[in-house]
Design a protein around this ligand. Sequence first.
Ligand SMILES: C[S@@+](CC[C@H](N)C(=O)[O-])C[C@H]1O[C@@H](n2cnc3c(N)ncnc32)[C@H](O)[C@@H]1O
Length: 249
Amino acid sequence: MEENTSKKGFVYLVGAGTGDPELLTLKALKAIEEADVVLYDKLVGNEIVNFIEIKGKKLIYAGKDSCERGEVRQAEINRLMKKYAGEGKTVVRLKGGDPYVFGRGCIEAEYLKNEGIPFEVIPGVSSINAVPTSAGIPLTHPDLSSIILVVTGREDVKRWSKAFLEGTIVILMGRDRIEEICRNLIAEGRDPDTSVAVIVDGTLNSQQTIIGTLSTIAEKVKKRNIKGPTLIVVGDVVGFGKNLGIDFE
Ligand SMILES: C[S@@+](CC[C@H](N)C(=O)[O-])C[C@H]1O[C@@H](n2cnc3c(N)ncnc32)[C@H](O)[C@@H]1O
């Protein structure tokens, strides 16, 4: 990792992992130690935020409020990165999971490049794999699945469900559309008895896993008042945890 030994400002675009502080990489930790200012997102774990606070860094919440438009927030984040880097500070822009997975990390990198601000992107542990693994679900298995589709619940379900009827599907940001997603997958030909896991607060102490099938999971999820970040896994791999004696419910 390049160290910012010059007086020029520098930005690290850093993936903070899925919330468990022990899933922060050493490289991320090193960048945080070096930082003057940390701009962090909503899904950065509380323990990580507390740690940064104790270290005495200037800490700025950069997550989106529910009523705020994404572009407005992004413009403000860009402004802050430019301002502090312009003052010769080392800035850590800390994002949940990996900075390039379903976030605006790539947009921020382009912005920094266009503005001539020196930066480095530090990969993070993504929820895509860390959350299922933490819940006892392997995304691939020699006998069950050797292909993975990763999508968000915001997409037109028909677009991707048509393209993928076998193997493992990982769905981020799909909690509020789970009923529609399952209905469409069944309509497109996926077996209604296909296993589904809904993992909430993956890798945290509060982690919960709800197990069902394409025809039952939406109802089960509705009955639980789920609040935290949620990742959905569809496919035969979901049943694997039982082989390890993992009790999901
Ligand atoms: C905007 S995306 C960002 C993904 C992130 N860049 C990554 O690599 O994990 C946010 C979504 O990731 C998933 N997610 C992130 N952290 C999670 C966690 N600890 N448990 C379950 N899902 C999580 C949820 O689907 C959440 O809505």
